[in-house]
Ligand binder design. Sequence first.
Ligand code: GRF
Length: 215
Amino acid sequence: MSHDITVLISGRGSNMQAIHRACENGTLQAKVTHVISNVTNAGGLEYARHHGINTTVVNHKEYSNREAFDQALIEAIDCSTPAQLVLLAGFMRRLTVEFTQHYQHRLLNIHPSLLPRHPGLNTHARAIEASDRWHGCTVHYVNEALDGGPVIARAVVPIKNGDNVDSLSARVLAAEHKLYPTVVQMCLHGTVACQDSHVKVNDKAALNPLLYYYH
Ligand code: GRF
């Protein structure tokens, strides 16, 4: 069985690149077959093209509403062999219920905070502002709630004295690059699944999300 992955990006696509590298070095048994962006000049598209990955731009500005854009996105994703997993990796558009239901249980996102803490934007500044001691990232199934789908795993990093947004975001991003390929491997190869909005690990209901510490 082929484990094809489609990745949706809006920017530099460093998470997409980390996933692609993990596929290339065999730690992730899968193939990134399609990278789609809503932004014409997203940096990650260049990387994808350079590595022979099929790319598509679906520019949200060309659609009159969210529904029409999401429909075009679905067509772009499903036009080739259906991807086993669709990954949001810095994809900066809110998605409709129609979209999230279409990809139910095979749509994942990575978010730069320890959800449910700090959903939404500017997570690093908010974590520093709140004097949090710990911060990190979360991989979750995507449903209609913004950053609210069932959590699969979190990676925790410390917030150190003197941290600013740049230093903290770099530490979290390094954790993202480890966590996302790890979780994708578990989802594709059977260890992790989602049933009735509940995450299952090794066929048993996961009482708590998986937790990783990266110092
Ligand atoms: C990451 O921090 C991700 O968690 C968030 O957006 C950022 C995307 O970075 N959703 P990149 O495009 O993968 O480099």
